[in-house]
Design a protein around this ligand. Structure first.
Ligand code: HAM
Length: 446
């Protein structure tokens, strides 16, 4: 027999979708600090902010990032968006898995190249990839990225731009306090170099590909370059023996790469050339790079990645517009900073202090509520951070609760309201004094 009382069954709760996360107020101050530092550094290098939509036509990513990449072939959140009116067409749309394609689309759409000037653009925002979630890998994650793009006459192709971007990243990571970062650098050549390299790769793969995992067998056929960044353990020996792109660079690409390295040497930015660094997106030409860290990220140790994409604008139907850029995984940056802070706290035995409000205003009865809110308004307008109670405050009993929030408690009873003189308790010292209203702001600030 089913229950006959009229109580409705409790409804099941709804959780955040797999691979997505809530960032609560104890976490967001660090996110805001990171973003503020990035904005300040970008401003010093002449970058302006661009905000592009979080969804775009699927075609943009298919053409820009490449049909054969993992991102496009299996990780995109794509849907058929039906027409809402006879005047609209149904469209295939995708939540952006990265922002470079969108930024270059905007560059073309708004004819930014016609200014003749180099465009230095940065963005901060969420990206979406249907990956297998794990520490440092989410389905909604944040990137802080930047792109330098322009007509050839603006110098967008110069190795100076590559080196400037890399030097800026080194400075940003230093300023954020990221320790032990490592810059891995490579050149994947221009389109012609890549044709020659692909021929060589296919030849080298032909006799061995049957011994590789199914994914690499497929890549060997469709996009052999992708085999090089495969993480499949069993295939590593075969991959290490494959030809190196460095041996297939033409004079132009080789010279460009030498200039990038020479400028980095001059700036004192350390790097390691990694001939297998081809990156997981098809638009890259010449310089490619990643910054990795050893603390906090485990296997997902790439803090950021980027490179040059000299043919992307043309692939999207735009004018010739060489460019270079990067995207930092903000989630990973935060995990690294948190792991470093934990390691520091463990080493010193001192936990970092939690920031507190200046004061907790405690009306000692409902009759004082209005006066408490008025005082809170006045103090907040003077720039103090305060919380206000609701008349349920019990002297002694509620102190612990106020102590967690604020450095001091202001007791507001009938007498205090009448005399405009308040009893203020400082939690750190336990001291309790009477402070006239006129002296209150100054007292709370010290
Ligand atoms: P990407 O290497 O695909 O490059 O992503 C850049 C960074 O985003 C990675 O190094 C990583 O830190 C972070 N990231 C990627 N996927 C995830 C995920 N599922 N969860 C958390 N973090 C993730 C790009 O996106 C290019 N658009 C970079 C670029 C800009 N190249 C030229 N300009």
């Amino acid at each position: 027999m089913s229950e006959s009382n009229n109580k409705p069954a409790p409804r099941p709760t709804i959780k955040a979708v797999r691979g997505t996360r809530d960032l609560l107020p104890d976490q967001t101050p660090l996110w805001n600090r990171v973003e503020a530092t990035a904005r300040a550094v970008f401003a010093r290098y002449g970058f302006g902010e661009i905000r592009t939509p979080v969804f775009e036509a699927t075609e943009l990513f298919a053409r820009g990032v490449g049909e054969e990449t993992d991102i496009v072939s299996k990780e995109m959140f794509t849907w058929e968006d039906r027409a809402r009116a006879a005047s609209e067409k149904a469209q295939n749309l995708t939540l952006r898995p990265e922002s470079t394609a969108g930024v270059v689309r905007a560059y073309i759409e708004h004819k930014l190249g016609e200014t003749g000037q180099l465009q230095k653009l940065y963005y901060i925002g969420p990206q979406f990839r249907r990956e297998r979630p794990q520490r440092g890998r989410y389905r909604q994650f944040w990137q802080i990225g930047a792109e330098v793009i322009g007509p050839q006459s603006s110098g967008a192709e110069s190795a100076v731009r590559d080196a400037e971007v890399l030097e800026m990243l080194a400075s940003l990571l230093d300023e954020l306090g990221i320790r032990d970062w490592k810059l891995e650098l490579n050149s994947v050549g221009n389109a012609e170099d890549r044709v020659r390299f692909n021929v060589a790769l296919r030849e080298a793969l032909a006799p061995v590909k049957d011994q590789m995992c199914p994914d690499n067998q497929r890549r060997a056929e469709t996009n052999p370059l992708r085999v090089l960044d495969s993480k499949d353990e069993a295939d590593q020996e075969i991959i290490n023996a494959l030809p190196k792109i460095a041996d297939y660079l033409g004079d132009e690409s080789r010279e460009h790469f030498e200039q990038v390295k020479a400028a980095l040497d001059a700036c004192g930015v350390p790097y390691h050339v990694n001939p297998r660094l081809v990156r997981g997106l098809d638009y890259y030409t010449r310089t490619t790079f990643e910054f990795t860290v050893t603390t906090g990220l485990g296997t997902q140790n790439a803090l950021l990645g980027g490179g040059r994409y000299d043919g992307l604008s043309e692939m999207l139907g735009g004018p010739k517009a060489p460019g270079i850029g990067f995207a930092i995984g903000e989630d990973r940056l935060i995990l690294t900073l948190q792991a470093q802070a934990e390691a520091d706290a463990a080493a010193s035995g001192v936990a970092p202090a939690e920031p507190k409000l200046n004061a907790y205003i405690a009306p000692l009865g409902i009759a004082q509520n209005a006066a408490a809110l008025k005082l809170a308004r006045e103090l907040r307008r003077e720039g103090l951070a305060v919380e206000v109670g609701d008349g349920s405050f019990k002297i002694g009993k509620s102190f612990g609760f106020a102590d967690r929030l604020a450095a001091r408690v202001i007791l507001l009873g009938e007498n205090e309201v009448a005399s405009d003189e308040f009893t203020v308790k400082t939690f750190a010292s336990g001291e309790q004094v009477k402070v006239p209203r006129k002296a209150l702001v100054d007292f709370l600030q010290h």
